[in-house]
Design a protein around this ligand. Structure first.
Ligand SMILES: NC(=O)c1ccc[n+]([C@@H]2O[C@H](COP(=O)([O-])OP(=O)(O)OC[C@H]3O[C@@H](n4cnc5c(N)ncnc54)[C@H](OP(=O)(O)O)[C@@H]3O)[C@@H](O)[C@H]2O)c1
Length: 228
C-alpha cells in the first residue's frame, strides 16, 4: 500500500515538474521572442517571395510581411484572385511594393521558373515562403496519373526549383535569409484517400529538415510549418 502511495506521489511530482517547466519555457519565449517576429530586422529583409500568396495562409503571410515593412512578390495561379488580392494588399499598404506573377506551378517542364528568375533578378529577396499547395481526394488508382503528377508539381517540385534558385542567390550574396515550407500535419500519418497529399507533405518536411542543417552555417534558416 505504501509503495502504491509512493508511486502516486512520485508521478504527481513528475507531472507537476513537467507542467511548471512547460509554462516557464512558454513564458520565457513569449517574453524573449515575442511573435510575430520582426522579419525585416531579423533578416535585414527588403523583399519576400510567397507562393500561393493569393489566398488563405499565403495571403495572411503577405499581410503580415507588408505590415512589417517588407515588399512582397506573389506567385500564384493565373486567375482573377491573384489580381484581386494584390489590389487589396496595395490598397491596405500603399507604401509597399507588391508584385504578382500568375503561373501554373504544376507545369511539368517548370516553365514558371524562368519567369520568376527574370522578374526577381533585380530584387533582393531574403525570405522565401514555399506555400502553394492543394489536396486531391479519392483513391490514387482512380485518379488520372497526370492529375497526380500535377499535384506533385505544385506541392513539391515547384518548391524545389524555387528554393534552389533563391538559396543559391542568398549564398552568392553571402546574406542571411529564411526559407519556409508549408507542410501539413497529415504528413505524419498514413493518408488513405489523400495519398498524394500526405506523401508530398512528408517530402517537404523531410527535405526541409535536411536542408536546414546544410545551410544554417551560412546564415540561412529553414522552417517547416504543419498547419493541422
Ligand atoms: N488550410 C489548412 O487547413 C491547411 C492545413 C495543412 C496544410 N495546408 C497547406 O497550406 C498551404 C496553403 O493552403 P490554404 O489553406 O491557404 O489554401 P488556399 O487558400 O487554397 O491557397 C493555396 C494557394 O496555392 C495556389 N495554387 C494552387 N494551385 C496552384 C498552381 N497550380 N499554380 C500556382 N499556384 C497555385 C492558390 O492559387 P489560387 O487561389 O489562385 O487557386 C492559392 O494561392 C497549402 O500548401 C496547403 O496544403 C493548409
Amino acid at each position: 500500500m505504501d509503495l502504491i502511495r509512493l508511486a502516486l506521489f512520485v508521478c504527481g511530482v513528475l507531472f507537476l515538474i513537467s507542467w511548471i517547466s512547460y509554462i516557464l519555457h512558454y513564458l520565457f519565449h513569449a517574453w524573449v521572442t515575442p511573435t510575430p517576429r520582426d522579419l525585416k530586422k531579423l533578416y535585414n529583409a527588403e523583399w519576400a517571395l510567397v507562393t500561393g500568396g493569393s489566398s488563405g495562409i499565403g495571403l495572411a503571410l503577405c499581410d503580415i510581411l507588408c505590415s512589417q515593412g517588407i515588399n512582397v512578390f506573389i506567385v500564384a495561379k493565373d486567375d482573377p484572385l491573384i489580381g484581386q488580392s494584390t489590389k487589396e494588399l496595395k490598397k491596405k499598404y500603399p507604401d509597399r511594393d507588391i508584385r504578382a506573377l500568375g503561373v501554373d506551378l504544376g507545369d511539368r517542364n517548370g516553365g514558371y521558373l524562368s519567369k520568376i528568375e527574370k522578374q526577381t533578378r533585380n530584387l533582393r529577396i531574403n525570405l522565401i515562403f514555399n506555400n502553394a499547395g492543394y489536396i486531391r481526394v479519392g483513391l490514387f488508382p482512380d485518379d488520372p496519373l497526370d492529375a497526380a503528377l500535377h499535384n506533385m508539381g505544385v506541392n513539391v517540385t515547384s518548391s524545389l526549383r524555387i528554393t534552389h534558385l533563391f538559396a543559391n542567390r542568398l549564398l552568392d550574396r553571402g546574406e542571411k535569409g529564411a526559407i519556409c515550407f508549408t507542410s501539413s500535419s497529415s504528413c505524419f500519418i498514413p493518408s488513405p484517400m489523400t495519398a498524394m497529399y500526405g506523401a508530398t507533405k512528408a517530402f517537404l518536411t523531410h527535405f526541409a529538415t535536411s536542408l536546414a542543417a546544410e545551410v544554417r552555417p551560412s546564415g540561412i534558416q529553414v522552417l517547416v510549418i504543419h498547419p493541422s
